[in-house]
Ligand binder design. Structure first.
Ligand code: CU
Length: 452
């Protein structure tokens, strides 16, 4: 049995136990400062200048939690608190999160590190932090009531454990979980391999899939919603304001995607095929990596994939559930495709001036409409590209592969100029007769012979 002092010191880099002198020093350092972020911009972390080298992950529209070293232990300070998150330009959500934002900051460390994570609760109810996928002592697992008592409002708890394996993990409360996760409390925990030659990449992007149900004109998510969310977000951000994944041609790229929503999300990336290289259970051996162009991310799971960025261009990356690439909307809208509203429109306008007939030719036109919106919402699809409205929202972004992107430059290079002869165009010449299926020649299935 280890006593408390031994437990706290064990596993620190280069030492199994700390002296009582060092322990005194540890206590004297007090709580690490809790970093705070007030912006939804993507913050890029500098490459480590000491210790094991790794390519820091880039959390789209997120940031990485700073740490301090204390006698060989990496110390972090998470603060669970109410936050105001800019989901998109023109839409603020009143959420619960960590250190000023939802999703919470990404925690980054190295295999073999010992981490000490202080968690301060500024919420009005108990919380805890569960370290999803990490191998750790039972009492550090963060299930309130099971692993340890809840962290009461105003209190600070300390979690401390060794990072025994590298990979991609998540953190979230295991206390009033339905409410606290619906309010936006979650983050990712990346452990880099201690061997820098193990599966190195040039760019390493991180996306947490989450979802909210916030009525237009309101600010606080409905916490009882089970399936019918109206905002499908990456790192608590919606398209068109999710930053692009900017990549230099030829770079080796990893994308890590975690899912803490209530449904699966098939994440589809255009222009490439790629291999699934990691789950939250660990790295997939090369012989077992499988090719995909869409990866289904199950609920409560993480999938990472890798590719070499050989194809220049602007490539869509999005959830393939089409309702998840839409922003707030009602679903109880009748389908009007093919309906002639020319008789109806004047009648409607007689009691509702400005009535617009919509949906008779599909709903794509909504992408370029600028209608007056209720307070605090954004159109259901309003991203614009070089060639017009992209007709998407929600879980959508663009992978921008270019020549000449500097190693530390993640800034948006603008839209891609397709080379001559490499862009679809309008045909203005004569059209040949269309083939139709009216001809019996095209019907290969023999007619059933009548019996009897
Ligand atoms: Cu989805």
């Amino acid at each position: 049995m280890m006593n408390r002092r031994q437990l706290l010191g064990a596993g620190a880099a280069g030492a199994t136990l700390v002296s009582s002198q060092a322990w005194g020093k540890t206590l004297n350092m007090g709580l690490p400062e809790a970093a705070h972020m007030d912006s939804a911009a993507t913050a890029v972390t500098a490459r480590p200048s000491t210790g094991v080298d790794y390519t820091p992950v880039v959390t789209l529209n997120g940031w990485t939690l700073p740490y301090r070293m204390n006698n060989g232990v990496k110390e972090f300070h998470l603060v669970a608190e109410p936050v105001e998150r800019e989901l998109a330009d023109g839409m603020i959500a009143h959420l619960w999160g960590y250190n000023g934002q939802s999703t919470g900051p990404t925690i980054e460390a190295v295999e073999g590190d010992r981490v000490r994570i202080y968690v301060t609760n500024k919420l009005p109810e108990n919380t805890s932090v569960h370290w999803h996928g990490l191998i750790l002592p039972s009492g550090m697992d963060g299930v309130v009531g099971l692993s340890h008592p809840g962290i009461k409002p105003g209190k600070t708890f300390v979690y401390e454990f060794d990072l025994t394996k590298s990979g991609t993990f998540m953190y979230h409360p295991h206390a009033d979980e339905m409410v606290q996760m619906a309010m936006g409390m979650m983050g990712m925990f990346v452990v880099h391999p201690k061997d820098p030659t193990f599966m190195p990449v040039d760019r390493d992007f991180l996306i947490m899939l989450n979802a909210f149900d916030i009525d237009p004109g309101t600010y606080v998510p409905r916490v009882m919603t089970m399936n019918d969310f109206n905002l499908w977000t990456w790192n608590s951000r919606i398209f068109p304001d999710i930053d692009p994944l900017v990549v230099n041609k030829g770079a080796r790229v990893r994308v890590r995607v975690g899912n803490l929503t209530m449904t699966n999300h098939p994440i589809h990336m255009h222009g490439y095929d790629f291999k699934v290289t990691c789950t939250d259970g660990g790295w997939v051996p090369e012989s077992a990596q499988w090719p995909e162009v869409s990866i289904d991310i199950p609920v409560g799971a993480m999938r990472a994939y890798e590719f070499t960025a050989d194809h220049l261009g602007d490539w869509a990356i999005h959830c393939h559930k089409s309702h998840h690439t839409m922003n707030a909307m009602g679903h109880d809208v009748p389908t009007f495709i093919g309906v002639d509203k020319s008789q109806l429109t004047p009648k409607m306008r007689s009691f509702k001036p400005g009535y617009m007939p919509m949906g008779t030719a599909g709903m794509g036109d909504m992408g370029k409409m600028s209608m007056e919106l209720p307070e605090n919402t954004i159109p259901m699809m309003n991203g614009w590209g070089k060639h017009g409205p992209i007709e998407m929202g929600g879980m959508f972004s663009v992978v921008k592969v270019r020549d000449g992107i500097a190693p530390d430059d993640y800034s948006d290079p603008g839209w891609y100029d397709n080379p001559p002869g490499e862009e679809a165009y309008e045909w203005t010449g004569e059209l040949p007769e269309f083939a139709t299926n009216n001809s019996p020649k095209t019907i290969l299935t023999p007619k059933p012979t009548q019996k009897g």
